[in-house]
Design a protein around this ligand. Structure first.
Ligand SMILES: [Zn+2]
Length: 90
């Protein structure tokens, strides 16, 4: 039987490219109401342990971002999909 997959390290270059861009211009899809929105349109709440972005249509939580010393926690489960342009790759 042959292996048909690689370990997660093989995605390192692609993930580094993705997480080095400004996502505020990205288009997201709300997993609750299926509305398509620009991330900059999200309603941002900052009186929490981190940042909480809510859907401009239904108020569902789209993302949570908590920054700690030397690390970050990012929860994107409220967004079914995120689409954005890669600089210099058109
Ligand atoms: Zn929504």
């Amino acid at each position: 039987m042959t292996e048909n997959h690689l370990d997660g390290n093989a995605a390192g270059g692609a993930l580094r490219e993705v997480f080095a861009v400004d996502l505020t211009a990205a288009t997201g899809l709300c997993s609750t109401c299926s509305r398509t929105f620009v991330v900059a349109e999200a309603r941002l709440y900052t009186r929490a342990p981190g940042l909480v972005g809510r859907c401009p249509g239904c108020e569902a939580v789209l993302f949570r971002l908590v920054r700690g010393p030397g690390r970050v926690w990012l929860d994107l489960r409220g967004m079914t999909c995120v689409q954005f342009e890669l600089p210099g790759d058109s």
